[in-house]
Write a protein that binds this ligand. Sequence first.
Ligand code: AMP
Ligand code: MG
Length: 397
Amino acid sequence: MKTVDEAIAYLLAQVQTKPKIESRPLSQALGCVLAQSVVSPVNVPPHDNSMMDGYAVRAEDIQPGLVLPISQRIPAGTHPEPLAPGSVARIFTGAPIPAGANAVVMQEQAEVSDTGVQFEASVQVGQNIRQCGEDIAQNASILEPGQRLRPQDLALIASVGQAQVAVYKPLKLVTFSTGDELLEPGTAPEPGKIYNSNHTNLMALVMQLGFDWIDLGQVADSLDATKAALAKAAELGDVIITTGGVSVGEEDHLKPAVESLGKLDMWQVKMKPGKPLAFGEVSGKPFLGLPGNPVSAFTTFNLFARPFLMRLQGQTQVKPQSVWVQAGFDWLKPGFRREFVRARLHNQAAQTWAEIYPQQGSGVLTSTVWAAGLVVIPEDSVVHKGDWVEYISFNEF
Ligand code: AMP
Ligand code: MG
């Protein structure tokens, strides 16, 4: 049996290629993984400019009671003349500082009359000026390859004048669910059958990660059907993910099917929920077989498939960040497997407590909806109320 950490490390070590690179407009790049560093061709801001509406002055010219004439007016977006000696310029937020000026006085501190303007307070050189290049210097590298592009990353690229960005082409992910007991939602209930929820869960998880999704639907519990589905999946996509059928019962056909078309590693991972996990390849395409129980499928997708897929997509940081919170519960039966317990947080007396859902069965999908994350109970451990425990928010997924 592999530990959770061994299984994750093994999966990540299998990724040895990077996807193809393509150039995309910023409007099509949200959630994509950056493929090349972005170097700024310009300074941001491109010129010294005013932080506020007021007066651009030469600090040395200002004396209490001295009235100086206003020699020009500089709205944002204009290109000013040099400041005439012994004068000030009316200036607005974002407008370029005229050559010769070295400070801006806010308009609230100015007294305007027919002959000009005088100031109440003394003036420091540089005050209220945003310096050229203070955000980004020309030729500075502003983003590194391997990061997933968020709204603020795209904004930063736009701020240096670039409309396109080099990203890794999204991988095509093929999924199917196995199980003769499965019914499609939208159809009438039938005796002995259950609705297929993994299909929808996988679809949404895959879409959330920005992959192209190819759906092969439901596949019957037979060796031939499973082999045919795998062969088609390998032909259509870059990675194959399935749910169910990865145990070693007579109705579990993934193991022999993958072995006949490629190669397979099957592991028991020392975790709960979600013990059986299969990894291998079919016609050279990576294959991940997740367990059928809905909570197990969800948990193993997030803990194993997600980092693997993200790394395959070219992303560098793939591990979820956890935080430490206090247990608002007792966990008195130690287990030899690491448990990922559906939990949510609440704040009380300036402390953050984790509460856990009372039913932790691997078929209880409600627990994943009630919860906002997972508390990690280490192997062979008990937890008492008030102990510190590790918590991974679903926001990390
Ligand atoms: P399996 O891994 O195929 O042995 O399935 C384990 C359990 O998960 C069984 O109770 C299945 O009925 C259930 N299950 C398998 N696939 C799905 C699915 N796609 N949606 C909901 N439940 C499923
Ligand atoms: Mg099954």
